[in-house]
Design a protein around this ligand. Structure first.
Ligand code: TYM
Length: 351
């Protein structure tokens, strides 16, 4: 397996020369988006949409790799779309669409299933985590999840992919698939996309356990701040967040064995745009009785407007559907010629 050169790619230094930068990323419509999604990925999507060619996708095909209630899935696709717009994605600047309405994703994923090797997929830690002990009962879709992800990215020949830390291994596999396809067919068609993983918030942890990731699938809602939470809910969750009795240290080294404290400092830093060290120089020596209310104020000022805007958007479902339809048309127009090129290279007859 290839290793990416660095976990945080600089957009100004493209991996391959003479390719136009294209940014692609996706999010699953499987419930509320949370602070980890926002700080680890979405904020970084928003930051790039005015300067680069950006394509953002609600990945509903990925969602059904585990069982979903059809009505809840439909609702979630619209809610996540509204949440992305409320978080700052501008559908007039970036292409915003849902994956299942662009058939080229599934088509390219099949071709990549015939390129990727079992040994590569066997190494995927996220499959092992999600399948758990009952691996024989996991769907084939869950197993081949990363080949669909590679197809999402490469159907647009994307060069950069802003994601959280947990997607790094999938991005490495995408690079391996791109390189293997290019070499199998002697074609220089696919770029090797660079992950863009933002340092301070690349892995936001649970509010109740600093050793596990903040996640939509955690049964306790107190482990995460949802982008749909009200000011009161945010305040309650931060108030109840696990901490320790010590005051905050003035230096980073003082957080070494304090994962929960480190996580809250990291969240504060990411929300305020400062570094962890700067936050510690401000709060060093203070207890959580001072720090938590400051964090509540900061989190509420940034998250509450998102949930208000999202609720307003959801009042007009037809408008959300129109936005997705426009994005779908734009995405199809981009993916169709790439698929035509791939099919020709593979040896299929022209349509
Ligand atoms: P998903 O839906 O789990 O998460 C969406 C994005 O949020 C990031 N993220 C986090 N970042 C920091 N801390 C956390 N606790 C945290 N939890 C989630 C994820 O890293 C991700 O960037 N497989 C992807 C969706 C996908 C995709 C793609 C992404 C499908 N195709 C192509 C990029 C390119 C996923 O399940 O993300």
């Amino acid at each position: 397996m290839s290793q990416t050169q660095s976990s945080s790619a600089d957009i100004t230094s493209p991996a391959q020369t003479e390719r136009k930068n294209v940014i692609f990323s996706g999010v699953q419509p499987t419930g509320n988006l949370h602070l980890g999604n926002y700080l680890g990925a979405i904020r970084n999507w928003v930051a790039q949409q005015n300067d680069f060619d950006c394509i953002y996708c609600v990945v509903d095909l990925h969602a059904i790799t585990v069982p979903q209630d059809p009505q809840a899935l439909r609702t979630s696709i619209r809610e996540v779309t509204a949440c992305l717009i409320a978080s700052g994605i501008d559908p007039d600047q970036a292409v915003l669409f849902n994956q299942s309405s662009v058939p080229q994703h599934a088509e390219l994923a099949w071709i990549f299933n015939c390129v990727a090797r079992l040994g590569w997929l066997n190494r995927m830690t996220q499959f092992k985590e999600k399948a758990g002990k009952n691996r024989e009962n996991a769907t084939v879709g869950l197993y081949s999840y990363p080949t669909l992800m590679a197809a999402d990215i490469l159907a647009y020949k994307a060069t950069h992919v802003p994601v959280g830390e947990d997607q790094k291994q999938h991005l490495e596999l995408t690079r391996d698939i791109a390189a293997a396809f290019n070499s199998m067919y002697g074609a220089d068609i696919f770029p090797l996309p660079e992950p863009q993983i933002q340092g301070v918030a690349a892995r936001v942890m649970s509010l109740r356990d600093g050793s596990s990731k903040m996640s939509k699938s955690d049964p306790s809602d107190y482990t995460r701040i949802n982008l749909t939470d009200s000011a009161d809910e945010i305040a309650q969750k931060i108030k109840k967040a696990k901490t320790d009795p010590e005051p905050l240290p003035s230096e980073m080294a003082g957080l070494d064995d304090r994962p929960e404290a480190r996580n809250l400092v990291g969240i504060y830093a990411a929300l305020s745009g400062a570094t962890n060290a700067e936050i510690l120089s401000e709060f060093g020596g203070q207890g959580f009785g001072i720090f938590k209310p400051a964090l509540v104020e900061l989190a509420v000022s940034q998250i509450a407007p998102i949930s208000e805007k999202m609720n307003r958007l959801l009042d007009d479902r037809a408008e959300i559907d129109r936005i997705l339809k426009k994005g779908t048309e734009q995405a199809r127009a981009r993916a169709e010629p790439v698929l035509a090129e791939v099919k020709k290279i593979v040896g299929f007859l022209p349509e």
